[in-house]
Design a protein around this ligand. Structure first.
Ligand SMILES: Nc1ncnc2c1ncn2[C@@H]1O[C@H](COP(=O)(O)OP(=O)(O)O)[C@@H](O)[C@H]1O
Ligand SMILES: [Mg+2]
Length: 364
């Protein structure tokens, strides 16, 4: 019996989670696992938001056990999320209280960056994480509209820190709450970057697992300066098939490389067309552009999202797809993308500053 339990534990250790893309042993997920012949119980720890994932996880693990010769093994384990802080570009320090800042960027505007940022944040929150969103797109702030917060203004009770607004369980701050777009477009680059870094630092975010930053589109000086000054754990690049053709997305990749920010992967938006009458799905620009680019640059394709009129209507209505149409294929596409993004981040190194004393070597 003990021997069977040992074998089962080994099989469980070798299960590869599709989002972490690591075995449970590699992910050090099994500290609280309890295995007997034949039951897998206890708690498995994953570095991604897990609410809504346990059924899928258990059934995939049960199939894995069945393939390994344990078809009758009952999988009853629970999942727990352990979302740790990942390192940021040197010499920047992480923002206090915020474990991971994730920048959502694009080579140009209009590719769906803000829609991806909002749904990414909402999917992580739905998974049980503590999440904020900073709309740093000074020329076209769209989070107030997409989160149903238009016309509202944050307060600063202590005269120093802004209290973020709340929508659908997210803490939200937008440059659009404070200045009108008309005013901001005439600002010079340094004013823009100063305003945005201040907005990031002066907001009372509290404790967050993830802070999603909706970056200004493009790869100019402002974007580069922000990528240098904001302590991010990773960047996500949103592309469309046309954007891929024009190589704009490649410029986005190159920009983050230049400032040593890890690119977690790319998200291909509007790659499939879903007919609003019959639901027929079609690759209008040809299939596989995002996958080819990902392979060429050695980055992960985090998700492919459909071009679907509902997505626009839901975002414009102040409740993006993940919250207004949960369980639909289009919402599931965002949830999958969010899990893959969390998994890509979880595989990266932890931020160990603060755990070790700083070693200073002095010459005498
Ligand atoms: N997958 C999609 N399907 C349909 N419409 C979309 C999709 N993604 C974004 N949109 C719509 O396209 C427009 C541009 O998207 P947005 O997220 O504002 O882009 P960006 O932030 O890159 O400028 C918005 O009206 C949005 O609702
Ligand atoms: Mg936008």
């Amino acid at each position: 019996m003990a021997d069977a339990a040992h074998k089962i534990r080994t099989v469980v250790e070798q299960y590869t989670d599709p989002y972490l893309q690591q075995t449970l042993a590699e992910a050090a997920a099994l500290a609280d696992l309890k295995v007997s012949a034949c039951e897998v119980a206890g708690t498995i720890e994953l570095g991604i938001p897990v609410a809504g994932y346990v059924e899928q996880f258990r059934s995939a693990l049960a199939s894995h056990l069945a393939r390994a010769g344990f078809p009758d093994c009952a999988v009853r384990c629970d999942l727990r999320a352990t979302i740790v802080a990942h390192s940021v570009q040197r010499p920047l320090k992480p923002l206090p209280g915020v474990s991971n800042i994730v920048a959502v960027a694009s080579g140009k505007g209009g590719v769906g960056k803000s829609t991806v940022a909002a749904n990414l944040a909402l999917a992580w929150a739905a998974g049980g994480a503590r999440v904020g969103i900073l709309d740093a797109d000074i020329y076209g702030p769209s989070q107030p509209l997409m989160l149903g917060l238009e016309g509202q203004r944050p307060t600063a009770p202590d005269g120093k820190h802004l209290v973020p607004l709340e929508a659908h369980g997210l803490k939200a701050m937008s440059i659009g709450f404070l200045v009108d777009a008309g005013q901001a477009v005439v600002w010079r680059g340094p004013m823009v970057t100063q305003a945005l870094t201040q907005l990031l630092g002066d907001t009372a975010w509290g404790e967050l697992d993830y802070l999603v930053v909706d970056m200004p589109p493009g790869t100019g000086d402002i974007q580069l300066t922000l990528a240098q000054r904001v302590p991010v754990s990773g960047a996500v690049i949103v592309t469309t098939p046309q954007d891929l053709a024009l190589a704009d997305a490649r410029k986005g990749l190159a920009m983050f490389e230049k400032v040593a920010v890890p690119v977690l992967g790319i998200v291909e938006n509007m790659s499939l067309h879903v007919c609003s009458n019959c639901g027929h799905v079609e690759h209008i620009f040809g299939a596989g552009g995002g996958a080819r680019m990902a392979a060429e640059y050695g980055v992960q394709l985090l998700g492919s999202l459909p071009l679907d009129g509902h997505i626009r209507a839901e975002a414009d209505g102040g409740a993006p797809t993940v919250v207004s149409a949960p369980g639909t294929p289009r919402a599931t596409a965002y949830v999958e993308m969010a899990r893959h993004t969390a998994g890509a981040l979880a595989r990266r190194g932890r931020d160990r500053r603060g755990q070790f004393p700083q070693i200073v070597v002095e010459e005498s």
